[in-house]
Design a protein around this ligand. Structure first.
Ligand SMILES: [Zn+2]
Length: 738
């Protein structure tokens, strides 16, 4: 039976994938101007650059001919001035006040969902896949483009429209920006409304799950709602005679949680949690007295049958454990009814304590980071948010004055959390272990906790050993590893020796609120448990320093070597030492040397590219050369001045493969086996350029680029191989780059 069920589940998942893939975006349509008519299916989100929303496509035309498109696409509409030479050059029309449920006709440029692929990094393509989004697009809104047309309000998405109305009213009426953002996140699930600095506070104090309408939060909401409903129900003799209070509380709790989830955006984690809660409730109502492990497994099976991809998401496992602890142990709602209010509060405190303790090791295994102050922060924040802030924020929808109370309650919470986050030991992080180590650890914990006789429980101890003994792999002494992160259009390369680490460039800035540092590099360094000794920023262009502030903020011990000017804002974070030819140091038997620029170059008014710090890393046998954005004149000078030092096994392709660089003379001098291009998928500069690639091809140099390869890893003790994270971990939901 089990085998048949597994085969059926696997087959169904495969079939669903094939049907879904069938409506994927045709690569030939990427980058073309398409006229698209569709309905805005979700609450639009506004940020500093423009507007983002989901569009349910009704019809589309390419050069007047109807053409099929994926049914659901993610659209961005960005206004303002874009520099010439860019894809959206010129003045772009500011976005209109788009509302959920409206039918629009607009000119769009589409591309397939493409996210960065890094070791242990977030899988953006899977995230879009689960939501059924098969293309991303931006509105062509230049002076020569047709004006986007609002055709009608269809009334097709009333909940999304209601959410948008409430969100806009909160943002307009509540004065403190941070409080308003948090209330919008809690009531309508608009996490964009929370500012980035506040997110860092929430993460450091382990309460981020409360702000993002996660499974844990909805479980807590259902449980609090059923307690409250049960207490009210018991006040009426008539009601109790009609229907027993525990059952009314159970059903009411699940229904209220479902209504709340729907209003809060009905995200994938919320759907899963409601399904789990409903399964548990139905089972209990049916009167069957199943042992709790079966109840738990059935809830899990119901979710996985509908959404098999949930198994790959950390959030699924967190809410799975939370639901298990709260409902399957049968210590929550049903036991707390017999006694007074004091006892109920005691139970509430205990449940929440158990949840936090149960989730802590799992969080450590899933994210490699756990909040030490999290126990205390959650002990206060969970009841405060669940019982005070959320109900007041929801009540404010009907009675507007209540929002001021809610804003006050949020203000206190923020102040308290900021105090906790500022503590030096607020978070504790470890390297993310491989899955088998994590699974053994969780299993060991379960065996230890299960009420078996103690000798049997003792068997859990050896299962815990790998968790404590496991060490993140590091290069052997005398060797080094080069990891070119997938950060889109820019440079960011992590160099590690046995006990030291250096980051060469910090990737691009994506928008005012997000950059490669915060999105990719800080999580990567955390997952690898790497402490940087030095950050080298080759030059001041934003595709090289965009993520520097985030990285330097997290790595206080790292010093900074760069060619950026003395008045650059980054100087405020860290004193900068100018990189200069002749600088050299040795870490664990590996030599690092700066080959460019010369001292005199700083006095001449040169392009920033010409000042790029060129770094040579060598252990005598193997060599890597990182050259930033140097152009032909600098290449020729390097060939003339330091030809002997240029020969390398691996080269970070200068200027992302631009035509300005990779001259024949330079390539002949370096003569690498591998060349790595860090560039964005379909980047607007056309990097790497075809003639440049041809020059590499003529010399039998193997070129890897980040759009095809994702993050690229090369190791001096395994020099014949470049590992590609995207290719090695390619699954059917990932973008197959043409
Ligand atoms: Zn660059």
């Amino acid at each position: 039976m089990a085998l048949a069920a597994a085969a059926l589940a696997g087959g169904m998942t495969g079939l669903r994938s094939l049907v879904f893939l069938d409506s994927a975006l045709v690569p030939a349509l990427e980058g073309r101007d398409l006229v698209v008519q569709g309905v805005v299916s979700d609450m639009p989100q506004r940020n500093e650059a423009g507007l983002r929303f989901r569009l349910q496509v009704e019809s589309a035309w390419l050069d007047g001919v109807a053409t099929p498109l994926p049914p659901r696409i993610a659209v961005g509409w960005y206004g303002g001035v874009y520099p010439t030479g860019t894809e959206r050059a010129g003045l772009q029309r500011q976005p209109d006040a788009v509302q959920a449920g409206e039918r629009w006709r607009m000119t769009l440029r589409l591309k397939a969902p493409h996210g960065s692929r890094n070791p242990l990094g977030f899988d953006y393509e899977l995230w879009l896949w689960e939501q059924g989004v098969q293309a991303t697009a931006y509105v062509r809104a230049g002076a020569d483009d047709p004006v986007p047309q609002r055709l009608a309000q269809t009334g097709l998405y009333p909940i999304a429209l209601a959410r948008q109305t409430v969100r806009d009213r909160i943002l307009a009426q509540v004065a403190p920006r941070a409080s308003a953002g948090l209330m919008a996140a809690l009531v309508v699930g608009d996490q964009n409304a929370i500012e980035r600095a506040d997110w860092n506070v929430f993460r450091a104090t382990g309460v981020a799950h409360l702000m993002s309408i996660s499974g844990v939060h909805i479980t807590m909401f259902a449980w609090a709602a059923s307690l409250l409903l049960g207490a009210l129900w018991r006040r009426s003799r008539r009601l109790c005679l009609g229907w027993p209070a525990p059952q009314a509380a159970l059903v009411g709790g699940v229904l209220l949680a479902t209504a709340y989830s729907a209003f809060a955006g009905w995200g994938v984690p919320a759907q899963r949690t409601c399904l789990m809660l409903a399964t548990v409730a139905l089972l209990r109502l049916s009167g069957t007295r199943w042992p709790w492990p079966q109840v738990w497994m059935l809830a899990c099976a119901a979710v996985v049958a509908l959404d098999p991809w949930a198994l790959l998401q950390a959030g699924f496992w967190l809410s799975f454990v939370a639901v298990g602890v709260l409902f399957a142990t049968d210590s929550g709602a049903s036991r707390a009814h017999s006694t007074g209010a004091a006892s109920r509060i005691f139970h509430m405190a205990r449940e929440q304590w158990v949840i936090t303790v149960a989730l802590t090791p799992l969080t450590l295994l899933l994210f490699g980071q756990v909040s030490v102050v999290g126990l205390l922060a959650n002990a206060v924040a969970i009841p405060w948010v669940t019982l005070v802030v959320t109900p007041l924020s929801l009540l404010g929808v009907a009675v507007p004055g209540v929002w001021d109370l809610a804003a006050g309650a949020v203000g206190w919470l923020l102040a308290g959390l900021q105090g906790l986050a500022a503590l030096p030991w607020a978070t504790w992080s470890v390297a993310v272990p491989p899955v088998w180590v994590g699974a053994a650890g969780v299993l060991g914990g379960l065996v230890l906790a299960y009420p078996w006789p103690w000798p049997l429980r003792g068997l859990g101890l050896p299962l815990l050993l790998p968790v404590f003994l496991w060490q993140a792999p590091l290069p052997p002494p005398g060797q080094f590893e080069l990891l070119a992160a997938d950060i889109g259009q820019g440079n960011a390369v992590l160099l590690r020796t046995a006990t030291h680490a250096l980051l060469y460039d910090a990737g691009p800035r994506y928008s005012l609120e997000s950059d490669a540092g915060e999105r990719v590099l800080v999580p990567l360094l955390q997952a690898l448990h790497t402490r940087l000794d030095r950050v080298v920023l080759s030059h001041r262009d934003t595709d090289h320093v965009g993520g520097a502030a985030a990285v330097l903020g997290m790595q206080s011990q790292a010093d900074l070597l760069s060619s950026i000017a003395t008045e650059h804002p980054l100087q405020a974070l860290r004193p900068v030492q100018h990189c200069m030819a002749g600088q050299a140091w040795r870490w664990d038997g590996v030599d690092f040397a700066v080959l460019h620029p010369q001292a005199g170059d700083y006095d001449r008014a040169a392009k920033p590219n010409a000042l790029s710090c060129v770094l040579r890393v060598s252990n005598g046998a193997r060599t890597a050369l990182l050259v930033g954005d140097i152009e032909q004149p600098q290449e020729w000078r390097l060939v003339a001045d330091s030809r002997a030092q240029l020969k390398a096994d691996v080269l970070l392709v200068p200027h992302h493969g631009s035509k300005t660089s990779s001259s024949a003379e330079f390539l002949d001098a370096v003569a690498p086996q591998f060349a790595l291009v860090q560039a964005g998928y379909r980047n607007r500069f056309g990097h790497p350029a075809a003639p440049v690639l041809q020059r590499y091809g003529e010399r039998q140099i193997v070129v890897h680029d980040s759009p095809h390869c994702g993050a690229m890893v090369w190791q001096s003790w395994n020099p014949q191989n470049v590992a590609c994270v995207r290719e090695d971990g390619l699954r059917y939901w990932h973008h197959h780059v043409p």
